[in-house]
Design a binder for this molecule. Structure first.
Ligand SMILES: [Zn+2]
Length: 319
C-alpha cells in the first residue's frame, strides 16, 4: 500500500533540530489531539490525548513529548474489531498548568474567556525556518493526511476541522511552490492537491524520498503506456476506416451487378470490381498490384470512385 508505506517512511524520519521537533509535535497535537475529561469518584480528571493508528507515529509522538515536556507519557493501546478493524494508540498527557502552558507555546491550544480550545490557525511563530515548515507539513500529514496510490490517481490531502488551519496549511505548501485547494466536507476541511508534479513536490518537501521514487517510476510507466495506447488507437482507427471503405465498395459493386451486371462495365472497371468482390479486405495498393500490368493506388481509387458514383446513380433510379 502506497499510503501506508509513505506514512511509515515519514513516521520513522526523526527531525534533526530541536526547532523541528517543536513544529512537528505542534502539527500532530493540533491535528489529532484533544482534551478528554474523565469522571472519577469525587471529581473529574482531565488529560490531553493524542491519538494515532500507527505504531511508528505513536513512537514518534512519545519521543517528541519526552524531549519537549521532559517526562515519559502514558500510552494506551486499543484494538477495535469490526468491518474496519483498527489499532489505536493514545498518548496521554496529564492536563495541568504546566502542560497547558507548553501546549499554548506550541500553538496547539489557545486560552479564551470561555476556556481552552484548540487553536484555529497555524502557529507561524514556530515556522520561521524552512526546515520547520517542512516538518509542520509532515506532522499534519502523519496526523490527518492521505495519499492515493499513484497507479490510480495523483491525489494528496490533509484534513482539518478549522478553515483557518486549512488556509494556513495552504500557505505552508505555497512556500514550496504548490498551491493546494480547500473543499468543505461535513464541517471539516480538506486541503488537497491533484497532479503528479504537486504530489511529488509535497512528498519531497516532507522528506518521503522512497515514496517520490515510487511515484516517479509509476509516472514513467504510465507515460510509456499512454504513448503505446495512442499509437495502437491510431492504427486501429486507420484499419477500421480502410475496412469500412472496402465494405462500401463491395456494396456498390454488388448493386451494379444486380442492376446492370458487371459485364456491361468498361474492361478496366469490370476487372477491379471483380477483384474487389473477391478480396473485400485488401487495401487499394494491394488490389492495384494484383492487376497486370499493376496500377497505382490512386488509379485504383479513381476507378473505385467511378464504381461508387455509378452505384449511387443506379440506386437513385431504383428508388
Ligand atoms: Zn526546524
Amino acid at each position: 500500500m502506497f499510503h501506508t508505506e509513505t506514512k511509515g517512511e515519514l513516521a520513522r524520519m526523526m527531525p534533526e533540530s530541536e526547532c523541528c521537533v517543536l513544529s512537528e509535535l505542534s502539527a500532530i497535537a493540533r491535528s489529532c489531539g484533544r482534551v478528554e475529561i474523565r469522571q472519577k469518584d469525587g471529581g473529574s480528571d482531565s488529560v490531553f490525548e493524542i491519538r494515532t493508528e500507527s505504531a511508528a507515529s505513536a513512537r514518534k509522538i512519545m519521543a517528541h513529548v519526552r524531549s519537549v515536556f521532559k517526562f515519559k507519557p502514558k500510552v494506551r493501546f486499543t484494538h477495535r474489531r469490526g468491518r474496519r478493524s483498527r489499532n489505536q494508540y493514545t498518548v496521554e498527557l496529564p492536563y495541568n498548568t504546566e502542560t497547558l502552558e507548553v501546549l499554548q507555546e506550541l500553538g496547539v491550544v489557545s486560552q479564551k474567556k470561555d476556556g481552552v480550545t484548540l487553536r484555529n490557525g497555524v502557529p507561524w511563530h514556530l515556522l520561521t525556518r524552512q526546515c520547520c515548515l517542512r516538518t509542520y507539513l509532515r506532522g499534519v500529514f502523519l496526523a490527518r493526511g492521505y495519499v492515493q496510490n499513484p497507479e490510480k490517481e495523483y491525489h494528496m490531502e490533509f484534513m482539518t476541522d478549522s478553515l483557518d488551519h486549512a488556509k494556513g496549511i495552504v500557505r505552508v505548501a505555497e512556500s514550496f511552490n504548490v498551491t493546494p485547494k480547500i473543499v468543505e466536507r461535513k464541517k471539516r476541511y480538506m486541503v488537497y492537491v491533484k497532479g503528479g508534479d504537486d504530489v511529488a513536490q509535497l512528498l519531497r518537501v516532507m522528506g518521503a524520498h522512497s515514496a517520490v521514487l515510487t511515484l516517479e517510476s509509476v509516472r514513467v510507466l504510465r507515460g510509456v503506456r499512454g504513448d503505446v495506447n495512442r499509437v495502437v488507437n491510431c492504427e486501429t482507427a486507420n484499419v477500421t476506416k480502410a475496412v469500412d471503405a472496402g465494405l462500401a465498395q463491395v456494396e456498390a459493386i454488388q448493386k451494379i451487378n444486380e442492376v446492370i451486371g458487371l459485364r456491361s462495365l468498361a474492361p478496366g472497371l469490370q476487372e477491379i470490381a471483380e477483384l474487389r468482390l473477391a478480396n473485400p479486405e485488401m487495401t487499394l495498393r494491394e488490389l492495384g498490384q494484383m492487376l497486370s500490368p499493376p496500377i497505382s493506388k490512386s488509379a485504383v481509387n479513381h476507378r473505385m470512385r467511378r464504381l461508387i458514383h455509378l452505384a449511387k446513380r443506379l440506386n437513385g433510379k431504383a428508388g
